[in-house]
Design a protein around this ligand. Structure first.
Ligand SMILES: [Zn+2]
Ligand SMILES: [Zn+2]
Length: 201
């Protein structure tokens, strides 16, 4: 979803987007890894884009229902992610195109120098607010990578139905959250089990 800067006028550009499940699933796997979570319905991105001195302020809320299998008991876990976020988007500083007749190597060096200068300017000035900043290229703002990042940040590390989930009995498969099964589950560490079979001379 791309918004041209010219579309953002007073009092702001309202965003009200439905995120269909395939788009949510693509976002969940945006970093290339297979996600244990998948869309459990359509998501929504609602908010407002405003011009501010520094660039564009995104004030939005992402809501997405997701599902996964509990990592211990395999029951379906459903989460209603609700992520309000505020982000300042700054235009990426323009790098002047080398003028005709300028030695490209020299131009390249000049650019590198300019970039180093920028780095040294920003180094050491990190504040908490900087964490909620991003840059955009040219004259358009692409909200897709922005909501993808927010989505990935909001996902828990593990999919668990409950932090205290007891999981399944390793012998009979009984869901131990529902009932105890009475199996003898004094677990033998597989590495120790292998040792037991080692014949000692
Ligand atoms: Zn569970
Ligand atoms: Zn059992």
């Amino acid at each position: 979803m791309r918004i041209h800067l010219d579309q953002i006028r007073e009092p702001g550009f309202p965003v009200d987007e439905v995120l269909p499940p395939p788009a949510v699933n693509a976002a969940l796997e945006a970093d290339g890894a297979e996600s244990v979570f998948h869309a459990a319905g359509e998501g929504h991105l609602k908010g407002m884009l405003r011009r501010v001195d520094a660039g564009v302020l995104v004030d939005a809320r992402l809501t997405v229902p997701v599902e996964a299998e509990c990592g211990r008991c395999l029951q379906t876990v459903r989460l209603e992610l609700d992520v309000p976020f505020t982000l300042t988007l700054r235009p990426r500083p323009k790098v002047a195109a080398p003028a005709q007749g300028v030695d490209p190597v020299k131009a390249e060096r000049a650019v590198e120098k300019a970039e180093r200068h920028q780095d040294s300017e920003t180094a050491g000035s990190f504040t908490l607010d900087d964490a909620d900043e991003d840059v955009f290229e040219g004259k358009t703002i692409d909200l897709d990578p922005i909501y993808r990042e927010q989505l990935l940040l909001a996902l828990p590390m593990n999919a668990l139905c409950e932090e205290s989930c007891q999981g399944l009995c390793s012998r009979c498969g009984q869901n131990l959250n529902d009932a105890k099964c009475g199996c003898d589950v004094r677990e033998v560490d597989p590495r120790l089990a292998a040792l037991k079979n080692v014949k000692l001379n």
